[in-house]
Design a protein around this ligand. Structure first.
Ligand code: LLP
Length: 425
C-alpha cells in the first residue's frame, strides 16, 4: 500500500484524502498515485545509487507530470518509443538524460532521438547499427550508443517478461558472438560513439543473483573489448527489473544492498583487469511507481456461485489492469469505503468485460456484507496498469489523479465517449 495510506473512520485514505471523496470527485474506476510515495522512491534510488545514474523506465507509467517529478528529483529517463520520447520532450526534459530503447526503432524514431540529442541510444541489432550510422552521417551528428547485450541469464519470472536468455527477440548474444560483432561494427563507424554496454534480464525479479551474474558478464565483456580493440568503454547500463511486493508475504530486494552489490562486482572485475571502473546506470520502472498506486473501483454486482466463491464485479477490469489475465499476476484488495465486522468470504474480483478471463484478483477474501456501491481498492497498481490499459469493449481509460497533502489533482484526464469516437470515419 502507498506510504501515506491509512485507515481513518473506517475508510481508506491516501495522501490525506478519503477514498470516498476521491471517488465522488473523480468517479471510478480511478488510478490514484501517492505523490510523496513515488517521489520518495525516486530519492531512495538516487541515494542508493549515488555516483551512478538512475533512469526511470517510462514504460511502467509515463505522463507529463511524472516527467516533471523526475526532473525535480534529478533522475534520467528510459524511453522505448517515439511516443514516450515525445512526452518527455513536451515538458522540456533534458534530452541528454534520456536513453532510447527498442528492438525495432523506426527511422523516424531514430531521427527524432538523434536530432533531439538524447544521451544514449541502445542498439539492438546489426541492422540498426548500419541504419543509425547512415542517419548520423546524414544529420551531421555523432550519437552516443550502447549495445544491448543478451547475457544468457535465465531470470526466474514469467516467460513473457524474461529477456536475457538467448531465444528471444531482444539484444545481441554474448554466447553466439553477436555482441562482439556489434562492437567491431560500431568501432568501424566514426559517426557513432560507442560508450558502453547494456543488459536487462527481465522484470519483477526478486532474487538478485541474476542481476549480479549479468553485471559480471557485462563487465567481463568490457575487459575483452579492451584486450581486443584497446578501447576502454566508460559506461555500463544494468537495466531494471527489480520486483515489488504485490501480496502479503511477497519479498522485494533491498535497493541499497542491490546497489552496493552491483557496484562491488563491476569494480572488482574491472580493477582486477586494470580497467577504470565504469559509470553505472540502472533503469527501474516498477519499483518507483508500482507501490504508490492504487486502483479504486465501485462494486456493481455480488454473485454467490453456490459452493464455489463469490464473484464481485467492478466497473473496470482487464482494460485497466490486464496483468492478471496476461501474466497470472497477483494482487490484493480491500473494502475501502467503510469498516466491516462481517466474516470473510472467498471472492474473485472480476471486471465488466465480455470475457471470462477478465479477472483482477483470482482468489482473496472480502467481508461477507459487501454490497453494490462499496468501493474496492486494489494495491500496487502504479506500474504497468495505466500504461498497458486498453479500450476493450469501448471502455474509456480511467483518469489518473495524484494525491498529496490532502489534495488531489488530475494528472491524466479520464477518457470520454468523445475520445472513444474521435478518429472514426
Ligand atoms: N529497462 C528495459 C530495457 C526494460 O525493457 C524494462 C522493462 C525496464 C528497464 C524496466 O523494468 P522494471 O524495473 O519496470 O521491471 N508489462 C510487464 C513488464 C514488462 C517490462 C518490460 N521492460 C508487467 O506488467 O509485468
Amino acid at each position: 500500500w502507498p506510504r501515506t495510506s491509512s485507515r481513518t473512520e473506517g475508510a481508506l485514505t491516501v495522501g490525506g484524502i478519503d477514498v470516498r471523496d476521491l471517488a465522488a470527485e473523480h468517479g471510478t474506476p480511478l488510478y490514484v498515485l501517492d505523490e510523496a510515495d513515488v517521489r520518495s522512491r525516486m530519492r531512495d534510488y538516487a541515494t542508493a545509487f549515488s555516483g551512478s545514474e538512475v533512469h526511470y523506465a517510462g514504460k511502467a507509467f509515463l505522463c507529463k507530470e511524472i516527467v516533471r517529478w523526475l526532473r525535480d528529483e534529478g533522475l534520467g529517463l528510459d524511453v522505448a518509443s517515439g511516443g514516450e520520447l515525445a512526452v518527455a520532450l513536451s515538458v522540456g526534459f533534458p534530452p541528454e538524460r534520456i536513453t532510447l530503447h527498442g528492438n525495432n526503432k523506426s527511422i523516424a524514431e531514430l531521427t527524432r532521438a538523434v536530432e533531439a540529442g538524447v544521451g544514449h541510444i541502445v542498439v539492438d541489432s546489426h541492422e540498426e547499427i548500419a541504419r543509425l550510422g547512415y542517419l548520423a552521417e546524414q544529420l551531421g551528428r555523432r550519437p552516443r550508443v550502447m549495445i544491448r547485450v543478451t547475457t544468457g541469464v535465465e531470470a526466474h519470472t514469467h516467460e513473457f517478461i524474461a529477456t536475457a536468455h538467448d531465444d528471444q527477440k531482444f539484444g545481441l548474444s554474448l554466447n553466439t558472438g553477436a555482441a562482439a560483432e556489434a562492437v567491431r561494427r560500431i568501432l568501424a563507424l566514426p559517426q557513432l560513439e560507442l560508450v558502453g554496454l547494456h543488459s536487462h534480464i527481465g522484470s519483477q525479479i526478486v532474487d538478485t543473483a541474476g542481476f549480479e551474474v549479468a553485471a559480471r558478464r557485462l563487465a567481463g565483456l568490457l575487459v575483452k573489448i579492451k584486450d581486443e580493440h584497446g578501447v576502454v568503454l566508460p559506461e555500463l547500463d544494468l537495466g531494471g527489473g527489480y520486483g515489488i511486493a504485490y501480496v502479503e508475504g511477497d519479498e522485494a530486494p533491498d535497493i541499497k544492498e542491490l546497489a552496493d552489490g552491483l557496484r562491488e562486482i563491476v569494480a572488482k572485475v574491472c580493477t582486477d583487469a586494470g580497467l577504470p571502473v565504469p559509470k553505472l546506470t540502472v533503469e527501474p520502472g516498477r519499483t518507483i511507481v508500482g507501490p504508490g498506486g492504487i486502483t479504486l473501483y465501485e462494486v456493481g454486482t455480488v454473485k454467490d456461485v453456490e459452493g464455489m466463491r463469490t464473484y464481485v464485479s467492478v466497473d473496470g477490469g482487464m482494460s485497466d489492469n490486464v496483468r492478471t489475465a496476461l501474466y497470472g499476476a497477483e494482487y490484493t484488495a480491500v473494502l475501502a469505503s467503510r469498516a466491516s465486522d462481517a466474516p470473510p468470504m472467498l471472492s474473485r474480483l472480476v471486471g465488466k468485460h465480455c470475457e471470462s478471463g477478465d479477472i483482477v484478483i483470482r482468489d482473496f477474501y472480502l467481508p461477507a456484507d459487501l454490497a453494490p456501491g462499496d468501493l474496492i481498492a486494489v494495491a500496487a497498481t502504479g506500474a504497468y496498469c495505466r500504461s498497458l490499459a486498453s479500450n476493450y469493449n469501448y471502455l474509456p481509460r480511467p483518469a489518473v489523479v495524484a494525491v498529496a497533502d490532502g489534495a488531489s489533482r488530475v494528472i491524466v484526464r479520464g477518457e470520454t465517449e468523445d475520445d472513444l469516437l474521435r478518429g472514426q470515419l
